[in-house]
Ligand binder design. Sequence first.
Ligand code: C2E
Ligand code: CA
Ligand code: CA
Length: 751
Amino acid sequence: MSETNRPSEEPLVFVDEANSDSTFAMQLMRPSWRIMIIDDDPDVHSATMFALGNLEIQHRPLSFLHAHSAAEARDILSKEADIAVILLDVVMEQQDAGLNLVNYVRKNLGLNDVRIILRTGQPGYAPEIDAIRDFDINDYKTKSELTRTKLYTAVTSAIRSYEQICAITANQRGLEFIVSASNELMSQNGLSHFCECVLSQMSTLLERPLDAFVCTFKGDVLSFTEENHIHCLATSGMFSNLNDQNQFNEKLDQAIIHTALREGNHTYEGNRAALIFSDNALNHFCIFFQTNTVINALEQRLIGVFCSNITVGFNNVSLTSSLHRYAYFDPLTGLANRLKLLQTLNETLLSASKDRSVLSLIDIDHFAETNDALGHQFGDALLCAVAKRLNANFGSSCHIARVGGDTFSVLGHENQVSPTNITAIFSEPFEVEKQEVQLTSTIGLIRLENYQGGSAEVLKDTNIALKRAKSLQRSSYSYFTLDMGVEIRERVRMMHALRAAFENEKLFVVYQPQVDMRDQKAVGAEALLRWKTGDGEFVPPDQFIPIAEYSGLIIDIGEWVLRSACFELVHLHKLGFTEFKMAVNVSQAQFNHPLFLQSLERALRDTKAPAHCLELEITESMAMTDPNVLIESLSHIKKLGPQISIDDFGTGFSSLSHLQKLNVDKLKIDRAFVNEIRDANSDGSIAKMIIQLSQSLNISVIAEGVETEQQAKTLLQYGCHLAQGYFYAKPKTLGDLHEWLHLNSVATNSI
Ligand code: C2E
Ligand code: CA
Ligand code: CA
């Protein structure tokens, strides 16, 4: 025996037998070391008991198991667990009975932790050194050597090493458990799930049932005073199924939690523990538990390791739940967002309630204007007010979401989600920042009954219905019908095809000559865009221009047309047509684009086109929108040199005073009015009126869509000299235009 294991370091402590109650209690709290005596001599049993009976080792009492033969020993050992030390007689029935038993214990029963002290009556029966090593035998003593003190020393030393071995084994098992538990914890996605999992794993780790809970704290943790300060996230044992806070407080002595929080440490008091955690967001959590036995140092160490995984878990859980919040909820209104709506829609589409469900999209009318006029903060408050009212009216039975800036959705039973019910919530004004705001909404709806597509399609189609409602009239509603879908999908398909065509340079510009009807001389041309698809078909501009406008593609395409037309203008001037004018269509989207003026300037500069020979055609309907803005933009454009003509004149509702203010250069009589010039009964009175108007305003005038000689003559007669139409020339490719111009000028010159 080495010096470090000297018995003098271990005080002999005798348990106070008089206080048997507390002894019992202590035994409950602190389990005894179990010593097994295997000897065929009954005296050895009693002598050993006498020597060790009332001792405590490492603050734990000893208890004894007795076997009088190897066979009896095998039987007991196969049933009893946690035996710390075996005091084994080497020679029993046979000379090698002791060693055979050791072999059996280690190999057959697989009991590797138990410490074995061999005893023999006579010297000379000592086992081989190999056997001592192989069988992991702690000690070999002759019975005569074993005085009380020596026996005590041997047993103490054996118990210490048993404890160490147990610790190592437990550590290993605990660590293995912790690793696998951590994996499980990481996969828990809700905070309460996670906490329940923590409690059950803590109980598994300590191998006993726990009265436990995981809690967080309402308010400031350090001013932890009020009784209802604790908010439980998960409970077990006697803390589960408690009805109210009072019952909970009765069961709990909170002092240990106060201590843990104050000191910022995990705190153990006998059989109770308060473990504290905080996550990245500085939320504090506490795991409290109590159990039937003391939580020993080894267990505390294991709990410590486990806790570091729990900390990671708490962060993970709060991270995933905040990610979840961000992913599925709108931070402004707290309503579900589009993604969440899609999820709910998915569930609805699969459920029995599908057939009676309706999805609505509710768009606040003129929200952008309100936002611009009163500020974003006001706009936000307004959206929150709408969200609140939607919640109050539909929240209990329907799913409400905010799917876009000023677009909300309500999904629910058809009896509830109806235009009438939705419109009703806008009947009263909303109070925002002490102002009353009266809102209206436009609604798109879809019945899910018989709907074939998935959630994304449902949302798209409802949007189509909403767009349709908007295009009809603000503050109206529209239910989705299948033909709407077909139409819109076709437009989307076309949009992609158009973009590809533009990128692959499959668009080109044709030029339709404009002539002076008096001498039939070409005075200019209108640039018109053409799209020839891969299979050789022409898509009419009336179809694809609106799509280009709608998708914003018109900005790039329009700029390209403008530059092409300017190049061609310069080219024609170089060819000698020095007064030739080039008309280019400018759509509203282009015109309103903040960079339009710059792109115009750049086109003129880059191509060196004579600006006064460029004519921009804007439509009359455009001329009608926001006159002041238009007047200002037109004046900027005119400063750069180009002329302005109003296309399709007569179809809109321009007022005369308005026209004067716009300071335009030319009116283009719409084809429809020219078309009315057919015979004596239909003499094109509107065309005539427009011509007169232009004369009185001193604006030049051109007729478009002139197809017949009669039309040309009539228009000339009314005083309109300029024309564009099939009667004179169809739109031409560049090559054809040049040829036509040469022929035409020769012919003209020869007249
Ligand atoms: P628009 O500006 O009113 O163009 C005149 C349209 O009338 C052209 O149709 C032209 O081919 C057609 N046209 C000319 N003479 C006659 C005729 O005697 N009889 C008949 N029935 N039609 C005639 P197109 O080229 O199909 O263009 C249709 C519309 O597409 C244009 O109407 C214009 O609004 C738009 N568009 C064409 N090119 C462009 C462009 O480059 N940019 C923009 N923004 N719009 C364009
Ligand atoms: Ca035009
Ligand atoms: Ca026109």
